[in-house]
Design a protein around this ligand. Structure first.
Ligand SMILES: *[C@@H]1O[C@H](CO)[C@@H](O)[C@H](O)[C@H]1NC(C)=O
Ligand SMILES: *[C@@H]1O[C@H](CO)[C@@H](O)[C@H](O)[C@H]1NC(C)=O
Ligand SMILES: *[C@@H]1O[C@H](CO)[C@@H](O)[C@H](O)[C@H]1NC(C)=O
Ligand SMILES: *[C@@H]1O[C@H](CO)[C@@H](O)[C@H](O)[C@H]1NC(C)=O
Ligand SMILES: *[C@@H]1O[C@H](CO)[C@@H](O)[C@H](O)[C@H]1NC(C)=O
Ligand SMILES: *[C@@H]1O[C@H](CO)[C@@H](O)[C@H](O)[C@H]1NC(C)=O
Length: 345
């Protein structure tokens, strides 16, 4: 993300400054008056029941990841709204009262999500997550909406796993299961809205794609200015080196080219797809070529095999040829590069 900025500077163009907190209302620290204003814009409040007084380590990690993700989302939507209202070129389509009012509500709702996750952590005397600085790879309203839709798909994949963690931990954490469920509902409402201007069917599939905390963390990390986070390492997750798909696969079988940010051993790696609530699909990779520290390779995208959904499919490279997996957690544990975020319309 640094080198494009240098190129822009060399071309005499000002690169956009990274997004940094706090917001004008003081967020992530809100006084009582500012909090009431956020509730008003959000259309509702934080849950007012008792919070867990103790959390297990897995519950802490889960809440910290949710907080880090929601902080990224507040930053993203704030900058998007700012681009629209300050008439940045490329954001003309967003200059619509309904879109602006919706984004204002979404920003406030995501602020409440941050306060909710960090509030539970603080109540249980655990480390709350502080915001980083962020750089986003979009420069138009269209690309901004497409990216946030993909990102929300990733979040929708991982939040059900948060519910599993809280349910398995039990005790006070059980009360968080329906609260996270209500956040999933809310993000689902948002995502139908983001699919709509792209003319994608509003609801992608009967069962959306699952994920893994490592994949969500890796996806957020791509937007973080390196070294700008006060304490994101408290989460205890590491981002995988990037894997990206070099074309837009269709809803049929095709050979697809991927690019991995490192060396992928030819004949010594497998590409695994996660789509819907199906078993992961492993395919061999071929034609691996490493140059300049990156490896491009080809792999079949077997969409018509019956294990693929419309919407998001996650791709990951694991070591060893021919590895098969029974669930997404096993895939994430074996991942070397990922997640490739593949959207089929
Ligand atoms: C609350 O915060 C807002 C935003 O920072 C500020 O304008 C306002 O003066 C603060 N109010 C009080 C009572 O501190
Ligand atoms: C806002 O516009 C700037 C300048 O084009 C761009 O660099 C940035 O990524 C945009 N942010 C969003 C969220 O659209
Ligand atoms: C897949 O669909 C695309 C466009 O819909 C078409 O160009 C391509 O030939 C198809 N490939 C196969 C293998 O059917
Ligand atoms: C193999 O890779 C080269 C260079 O990346 C590409 O041009 C070619 O189409 C690939 N072949 C296959 C079968 O994917
Ligand atoms: C194959 O991949 C594994 C796991 O990444 C690595 O440890 C091993 O050295 C590789 N073997 C070869 C022959 O490249
Ligand atoms: C996946 O499940 C099958 C059937 O239950 C089992 O035989 C196999 O060992 C499992 N694979 C792994 C990697 O756990």
């Amino acid at each position: 993300m640094r080198s494009p900025s240098l190129l822009l500077a060399a071309a005499g163009l000002a690169a956009a400054a990274p997004f940094s907190y706090p917001l004008p209302n003081g967020f992530p620290s809100l006084n009582a008056t500012a909090l009431q204003q956020v509730y008003k814009l959000a259309g509702g409040t934080l849950p007012n029941g008792a919070l867990p007084s103790s959390l297990k380590p897995s519950g802490v990690q889960t809440l910290q990841l949710i907080a880090a993700n929601e902080l990224f989302e507040v930053a993203y939507f704030t900058e998007l709204l700012q681009n629209i209202t300050t008439k940045v070129e490329g954001y003309e389509e967003g200059r619509d009262r309904y879109i602006i009012d919706t984004l204002k509500a979404v920003i406030a709702q995501e602020e409440v999500h941050v306060l909710s996750a960090n509030g539970v952590l603080a109540n249980a005397k655990q480390t709350t997550i502080q915001p980083c600085k962020y750089d986003f790879p979009v420069t138009t309203f269209r690309s901004a909406i497409a990216l946030v839709q993909t990102f929300t798909d990733v979040v929708l994949g991982v939040l059900p796993l948060a519910q599993s963690v809280f349910a398995a931990d039990g005790g006070d954490e059980a009360a968080l299961v329906p609260i996270v469920g209500s956040i999933i509902d809310q993000e689902g409402e948002q995502n139908g809205y983001y699919r709509s201007p792209q003319r994608k069917v509003a609801s992608a599939a009967p069962l959306l794609t699952g994920g893994a905390p490592q994949f969500a963390y890796s996806a957020i990390s791509q937007f973080i200015v390196p070294g700008s986070c006060p304490n994101i390492q408290a989460i205890g997750l590491n981002a995988f080196p990037a894997l990206s798909v070099q074309c837009k696969p269709k809803a049929n079988d095709s050979m697809v080219t991927f690019s991995a940010d490192g060396v992928v051993g030819a004949g010594n790696a497998t590409l695994v797809y996660i789509s819907g609530q199906n078993l992961p699909v492993s395919v061999p990779i071929s034609n691996a070529t490493t140059a300049g520290g990156k490896t491009t390779f080809s792999a079949l995208f077997p969409f018509s095999s019956g294990a693929f959904n419309r919407g998001l499919t996650i791709g990951a490279v694991v070591g060893e040829a021919g590895q098969k997996f029974n669930n997404t957690a096993e895939v994430a544990a074996a991942t070397l590069f990922g997640p490739a975020l593949i959207e089929v319309d």
